[in-house]
Design a protein around this ligand. Structure first.
Ligand code: NAP
Ligand code: MG
Length: 482
């Protein structure tokens, strides 16, 4: 634990104007909706932030109709260069209103302001800039240039605005229109994004935001006039979506869970590796599908790595997400906290050794101290199941082949990390690891130019880069090269 106190450095929340209640964003306007409403809270304080409309089946139908009209009459008729102007405009407004978006994201989600300010929002703007650049060059994409129509998009709560950008930017660039549902616990930045669409004079109906819970998501997925379903979330819901669209001609991309191996060899630069391990599992409270939640460390350096890691973990500042010094913020919801606690208890019951960073947790809100389990074996549930929180499981290995075997021994395949001084080993490991992304001597790096997606139960389809266009274009038509 630190031996001195830091002066608090809170970011002002005066920059955001949270309304007491929010409607649905359909056809360019905020409307009441016919259904009920729900509350979104600040997970760091349990304060109710706003009452948000819950979209019924009829509301989803209205949103899909608006999206279809906008698609047929306006958006699919517009040239790519014209569409790009709107995307560039949205990107610039996101930058201009970046502080407002970052503060609102931290309040509604619980993530530290330094992450929403320095990672989420800049990468959101970068996605819109990047795909704006593709809008008038689709014929060079390799996937043709014919849009699909109306895209139904469903996103989780861990990166609310970033997941929205990953979905909306390529969809619009390709000429599709959108009905998007944010997660129940984090709807506010999507609703602020709706205001940004108005500010950018985006034609009505091109983007529609319908808030709600799982039922609203189900209504989008099963709507007969939706041409494409893009989903990021749990493997369980992803499987249900895949079953529900089977036999239809809807195009589907699924970005699901993960249980990434972060592999540290004994020749790795250990100071950097420790930072990479910390970033891999404690970034965003570990609510990251590609989190490095399984540390595989070579036996010869295991003791030293653990000692250094614990020393570093003890310096992590857990607390107020709006404090600029905070490293680890609040757990997003009571349900997620219960899940993290349950799996951690199972880890203890299975015989793994638990160590948590000594830190004072606030009395209100949802918190979990950064935690590491040693003595974990492949059979343990904490090595197999996604905890989706600030909990690291540590396994050891002796040879590169053993590391590969352990890393691949999972139903998931989203990401992996390799820490070593040898370039040739990086290449051979990357070839043998069954993961969509392999980071070398770094971790959790996101860039709009780079495709992201998984193998096996981590889903299918890629988001980001040129590959991210494929999910939003008719690739089986004449003229497309797939
Ligand atoms: P989730 O329960 O699957 O929820 C994801 C979204 O789907 C939410 O908007 C949710 O609404 C909605 N939903 C729930 N049931 C549905 C249904 N039957 N039909 C359609 N939509 C439905 O996942 P989560 O707990 O929010 O997110 C955590 C999971 O997402 C983790 O497993 C993580 O690994 C994964 N994830 C993956 C990626 C990736 O890129 N691969 C990125 C981020 C997260 P509600 O909010 O109302 O529940
Ligand atoms: Mg919230």
């Amino acid at each position: 634990m630190s031996t001195f106190d830091y002066a608090p450095a809170p970011e002002s929340r005066a920059v955001v104007d949270i309304k007491p209640s929010y409607g649905l964003f359909i056809n360019g306007e905020f409307v009441d909706g016919s259904g009920t409403s729900f509350k979104t809270i600040n997970p760091a304080t349990e304060e109710v932030l706003a009452e948000v409309a819950e979209a019924s089946d009829a509301d989803v139908d209205e949103a899909v109709k608006a999206a279809r009209r906008a698609y047929t009459r306006v958006w699919s008729k517009m040239s790519g260069a014209e569409r790009a102007k709107y995307l560039y405009r949205i990107a610039r407004i996101i930058q201009e209103r970046g502080r407002e978006l970052a503060v609102l994201e931290s309040i509604d989600n619980g993530k530290p302001i330094k992450e929403s300010r320095d990672v989420d929002i800049p990468v959101v703007a970068a996605h819109f800039f990047y795909y704006a650049g593709w809008a008038d060059k689709l014929e060079h994409s390799g996937y043709g240039s014919t849009p699909l129509g109306v895209a139904g998009q469903i996103i989780p709560w861990n990166f609310p605005l970033l997941m929205l950008a990953w979905k909306i930017a390529p969809a619009l660039a390709c000429g599709n229109t959108v009905v998007l549902k944010p997660a129940e616990t984090t709807p506010l930045t999507a609703l602020l994004f709706a205001e940004i669409c108005q500010q950018a004079d985006l034609p009505p109906g091109v983007v529609n935001i319908v808030t709600g819970a799982g039922e609203t998501g189900r209504a989008i997925v099963s709507h007969p006039d939706v041409d494409k379903v893009a989903f990021t979330g749990s493997t369980e819901v992803g499987k249900a979506i895949a079953r529900s669209v089977a036999g239809t001609d809807k195009k589907v991309t699924l970005e699901l869970g993960g249980k990434a191996a972060n592999i540290v060899f004994d020749d790795a630069p250990l100071d950097q590796a420790i930072e990479g391990i910390v970033n891999g599992i404690f970034f965003n409270q570990g609510h990251v599908c590609c989190a490095g939640s399984r540390l595989l460390v070579q036996e010869s350096v295991a003791d030293e790595v653990m000692e250094r890691l614990k020393r570093r973990m003890a310096t992590l500042r857990v607390g107020d997400p709006l404090d600029k010094n905070t490293d680890v913020g609040a757990i997003n919801s009571a349900e997620q906290l219960a899940k993290i606690r349950e799996l951690s208890q199972i880890g203890e019951d299975e015989g793994a050794e638990r160590w948590s960073a000594p830190c004072d947790l606030p009395s209100n809100g949802y918190w979990f101290a950064p935690t590491v389990f040693t003595g974990v074996t492949q059979a343990h549930r904490i090595a197999r199941e996604e905890i989706f929180g600030p909990v690291l499981s540590v396994l050891t290995f002796r040879t590169p082949s053993e590391a590969v075997e352990k890393a691949n021994n999972t139903p998931f395949g989203l990401s992996a990390g390799v820490w070593t001084d040898k370039g040739s080993r990086i290449l051979s490991m990357a070839n043998r690891l069954r993961a969509g992304v392999v980071w070398a001597n770094t971790f959790n790096k996101f860039d709009p130019t780079s495709p992201f997606g998984g193998y096996k139960e981590s889903g299918y389809g890629r988001e980001g880069g040129r590959h991210g266009l494929e999910g939003y274009l008719k690739t089986n038509e004449m003229g497309a090269d797939s």
